[in-house]
Design a binder for this molecule. Structure first.
Ligand code: ADP
Length: 767
């Protein structure tokens, strides 16, 4: 509603004017004032559209009021009402900027004047507004066009038939045209190969038919200007008119080729990194702030026994390893995450999926965000189990070598003593024999001492050679069927003398009493082991009882020798089988020994396929056990293997030996057992005897002889009479000599000095 400000001091005049205006249908709000002050305030606050002012007022006239209006309310119109007016006043008022003047006598005109002023004002206002709107519209149109033309995205609008009506620069470039007019009314078929165009048109149709937009569809498109394919994210938006009809289709395509390439490079690099991480044998993992896995490589999946990474993700060390290793790993993680500590190459043990303990060195470092906050950790663990085991083994081997060295030193001083003792008696008593005045009895007693010392010395040398051979792995087995009971009975008879002397109870307990037990084994080695164990039992036991025998078990034969001697401490029970090991205890000091007996026994038992060990109660006694595998065992009543030789047949044995004393010794042993003998003083003579056709049943052939040695003689005789058994006689118990003689054609060998037992056994075997 319009606002009229009256500046008048005659309320009657004002009333007349108001009623005039109202009568003529002019709607307004009014404010009446008659002084300057109120007038100024009204200009400021009431903001009139029109001022109707009297010409003369008390303190202000119309001209002054007009000037004030120009300053305070320039848009308001101004009408002057006056009594009578001369032309000059009227001109002055109009010049000053009033819109009209009314003479009071002619007050009826005021309605027409006010209406005109108000109408003109409205028209003018509308005009200005329209002009402004058009200007803004134009401006917006230009700006929008500028905007879409400058956008790098491809933008086009098509009509409801799919024909272009607007294309921005980028889109024109894309379809290969410069002039926008040449595009209007065309379709993609005009610019693209059919296949490509129908792809776009199908999408257009879909949106136009359904009214649903396509948003950010990823597609590749041929770039007309470059001929290259680019990747776009395309959106197609349907545009409807006021009535809801689909009239236009807006298409915007955003080029994502660079992003796509970058994504491909990132994906490629990610794949390479992953391949690398998965092919590294070390365990690699990444964890979040709570210590939960967010990445696990293949090594970790395998070590933990899971099937896929997915199963591991989200799991902490506590979830994975329920024992203390899990808690330890988790605590380390928290140290790294909460305190930013770096753990470098920490050695720790874990359990793998099979529960096997493994050793790893682990490095864990915090992971930081761009803002510098710790977001988790990355860790790597390397399996060093083999290295660790090797180090432990090496340490053990080093200790063993040092120990072995100590034993050797102890052994050397010991062996010197062991050799010196019998040597001294041999040298001493041999020189005593020179005394011609000796009577037979004294001489014999000297000889007996010399014999005993020689045997002792020989045993020591044999032991040393034997252990060296065992260690060199050159001992071979000579398997035969052995009557175990018989052998143990012989040992019993042999050791009973000692038992009587030492006043010890001595018992043989065979597993089979009535049946004979025949085992296919090496009798010499077997006998040696039993003899060693029995000798030790007698050596270390001073009172009580010694028992020996065997137990038949399902898989094996278990032999035992038990005593009531000093016993052996647990820490020594394995070491006593090491070479040169002797226990240094007071009662042991008086016992002779080299510390080789059990080492040799162990070597032999293992060669025979068994195991040897010791059980003992310290202070009460010891039991030594050894086994022989079961497949070598059979039991039977047959006795033929060990029947006594029928000596009445009187066989002839040729002894080829250059040393007369040796010949004599062997000759006595053989003739005492009922054999005939012939002596050849070297290999040549032996060959001649055979050539001469003398009947010989067996030859004992010394190897070292003048003119023709034993090897050569054996080879020649073997050609003359291949069936004739020849037994070599070697000075040293060296395997090479044995091998060589066997190679030359000998059936067996004897080692000097020859014992009655071994000579007769071997002769009986081949005759
Ligand atoms: P040696 O008897 O020559 O010292 P061995 O190898 O036969 O060597 O024995 C090694 C060590 O084992 C002996 O020094 C002795 O201390 C201990 N030992 C062997 N047999 C027995 C036993 N029956 N009772 C107590 N100690 C024994």
């Amino acid at each position: 509603m319009k606002k009229i400000l009256f500046l008048n001091n005659s309320s009657d005049d004002v009333k007349i004017i108001i009623s005039q205006l109202k009568k003529n249908g002019i709607n307004f709000r009014e404010l009446v004032t008659d002084n300057r002050q109120e007038y100024i305030e009204a200009l400021n606050l009431f903001k009139p559209d029109l001022i109707i002012s009297d010409y003369f007022l008390n303190e202000i006239n119309a001209l002054e009021a007009l000037e004030l209006k120009k300053v305070k309310s320039p848009d308001a119109s101004f009408i002057v009402v006056t009594e009578s007016i001369n032309e000059e006043t009227a001109v002055e008022i109009m010049k000053a900027g009033a819109d009209d003047y009314i003479i009071k006598e002619n007050l009826g005109r005021i309605s027409i004047s006010v209406s005109e002023i108000f109408n003109e004002k409205t028209r003018l206002k509308k005009k200005v507004e329209t002009e402004k709107a058009v200007e803004e519209l134009n401006r917006d149109r230009i700006l929008l066009r500028k905007l879409i033309d400058n956008l790098p995205d491809l933008i086009n609008i098509k009509d409801s038939e799919g024909k272009y009506i607007l294309n921005n620069f980028a889109h024109m470039k894309f379809i290969g045209v410069d002039d926008p007019e040449t595009v209007k009314g065309k379709t993609p078929y005009d610019f693209f190969p059919e296949e490509e165009a129908s792809k776009y048109i199908n999408d257009d149709r879909q949106v136009l038919d359904t009214g649903f937009p396509i948003i950010n569809k990823e597609e590749s498109a041929l770039q007309k200007d470059t001929g290259r394919r680019h990747w776009y994210l395309t959106s197609k938006i349907p545009i409807t008119d006021d009535k809801g009809n689909l009239t236009y289709l807006l298409t915007v395509s955003h080029d994502i080729t660079q992003i796509k390439k970058a994504q491909e490079i990132i994906a490629q690099e990610k794949m390479l990194l992953r391949t690398l991480i998965d092919n590294i044998p070390d365990i690699i993992f990444i964890k979040d702030r709570e210590g939960r896995r967010i990445m696990s490589n293949r090594a970790e999946i395998e070590y933990t026994g899971f099937k896929s990474e997915l199963e591991l993700l989200g799991k902490t060390d506590i979830d994975l390893f329920p024992d203390e290793t899990g808690r330890r790993g988790y605590n380390d993680d928290m140290e790294v995450i909460n305190k930013g500590v770096r753990i470098i190459n920490r050695e720790e043990d874990l359990r793998d999926s099979n529960g096997k303990k493994i050793w790893v060195i682990t490095t864990k470092v915090p992971l930081y965000s761009n803002e510098g906050y710790i977001t988790g950790l990355v860790g790597i663990s390397r399996d060093i189990t083999k290295l660790k085991e090797t180090t432990i083994e090496l340490e053990k081997a080093k200790q063993k070598a040092e120990e072995s060295n100590r034993f050797k030193t102890a052994f050397l001083s010991n062996i010197t003593h062991e050799i010196r003792t019998p040597m001294n008696s041999i040298v001493g008593f041999t020189s005593l024999l020179d005394d011609k005045s000796l009577d037979d009895e004294t001489r014999n007693s000297y000889i007996s001492v010399i014999k005993q010392s020689s045997t002792q010395l020989l045993n020591i040398v044999n032991d040393i050679i034997e252990i060296s051979n065992l260690e060199a792995g050159i001992i071979k087995l000579s398997l035969q069927d052995v009557n175990i009971n018989k052998m143990l009975e012989n040992l019993f008879v042999q050791f009973r003398v000692k038992a009587d002397q030492q006043k010890l109870e001595f018992v043989l307990k065979p597993g089979f009493k009535d049946t004979e037990l025949i085992v296919n084994t090496d009798p010499t080695k077997f006998l040696q082991v039993m003899t060693n164990l029995l000798s030790n039992a007698f050596k270390y036991t001073t009172k009580g009882k010694i028992e020996f025998g065997y137990i038949v078990e399902k898989e094996q034969l278990k032999f035992f020798v038990s005593d009531t001697g000093p016993g052996i401490l647990p820490e020594h029970r394995e070491k006593i089988f090491d070479r040169f090991f002797r226990i240094e205890h007071s009662s042991n000091q008086k016992r002779e020994g080299t510390g080789l007996g059990l080492a040799i026994s162990k070597g032999y038992v293992e060669l025979l396929g068994g195991r040897i060990w010791c059980e003992s109660v310290h202070g009460k006694g010891s039991t030594f056990f050894f086994t022989i595998p079961h497949h070598q065992i059979f039991a039977g009543k047959e006795k033929k293997h060990y029947d006594k030789l029928d000596t009445t047949a009187c066989k002839t044995i040729l002894i080829a030996e250059d040393d007369y004393n040796n010949y004599l010794f062997i000759n006595i042993l053989l003739t005492k057992n009922g054999f005939n003998t012939i002596h050849a003083i070297n290999g040549k003579e032996a060959v001649e005897i055979i050539k001469s056709g003398v009947k010989v049943d067996l030859i004992i052939m010394d190897i070292k002889m003048p003119e023709m040695d034993g090897y050569e003689a054996t080879q020649i005789i073997k050609k003359l009479n291949p069936d004739l058994p020849i037994i070599s006689l070697t000075a040293y118990a060296l395997p090479e000599d044995r091998e060589k003689s066997l190679d030359a054609g000998c059936v067996d060998y004897l080692t000097k000095p020859v014992s009655l037992e071994s000579l007769i056994n071997i002769v009986k075997k081949y005759i």
